[in-house]
Design a protein around this ligand. Sequence first.
Ligand code: SF4
Length: 248
Amino acid sequence: MNYADIKFPDIQDGTGIRIALYVSGCHFHCPNCHNKSAWDKNFGKPFTDETIEYIINRFSENESYCEGLSLLGGEPLEFYNQEGLVKLTNKFKERYPNKDIWCWTGYDFDKDILNKMYKENKVTRKLLANIDIIVDGQFIPEKKMIDLIARGSYNQKKIDVQASIKTGKTVYLKFGDEHRYDGLTQKPKVILVKEFSKANPEESRFVPTQNVIEEYFESERGNKVFIPNQNLEKISAEGIKFKYKEEK
Ligand code: SF4
C-alpha cells in the first residue's frame, strides 16, 4: 500500500480540525477528480509502521483540539488499501476511542460495501468496525454543489457506519444540508446565501442567487458573497424555495 499525502491540520474533510491520510490507488477515475495523481496505486510513498507512528504521534501532540482522522484518496476501500488502514485505525481507536474517523469512498455504501464487501470480506469488517462516518459515491460533475457539507456532488451521502452495521440497513446522516436535494430530478436553480458587506460587516442579509459556480462572487450590490458553513446548515434546513429573509 502507498499513500499520496498526510495533511495536518486539515479543516476540509469532516468536522473540526483533523489529520487526513490520502491513500494511493483508485479505479473509479471520476471526471474532474481533484486527486488524479493518486489513481495509480504505486503513487506516493510506501505506507509503513513508521507512517502509522507518525500519524498517531502528530495527532497526539495536538489531541486537545483535534476531532479525528480522515481517510481519503485515492480509494481507501480498494482491497489493497484495507489491511494497512485496519492497522492504522485499530491503533487510532485504541488510543483515542472518543475521536472519530471519517472515510470517503467512491463505492456505493448500501450496494457495494454493506451488502457485499462487509459480508464477504473479513478485512472490510475489521475496517468498518473502526469507522464512524462514510461519505459514499463517485463525484458527479453535473451534480456538483459547492455548498454541500463534506461532499462534492449531491448524489454522495453521509452514512452512520456503526448504526448501519448494527441494524443491517444503511443509516444516512442528515447534517441539515440533504433535504434541499431529496427527490429533485434536476439541479436547483435558486438557493439562499448570506451577503456580507465589506464596508459594514454588521450589515448582512440573506440574498437569492442563481446556481452557485464559485465560492465567492459579486452580489447585486457589488459586495463579495461568502458562504459560511453554519449559515448554510441553517439555510439548508429551510428548503430550496425562494424566500427572501432578513437575518435575525
Ligand atoms: S472516487 Fe474519489 S479519488 Fe477516485 S476518481 Fe473518484 S473522486 Fe477521484
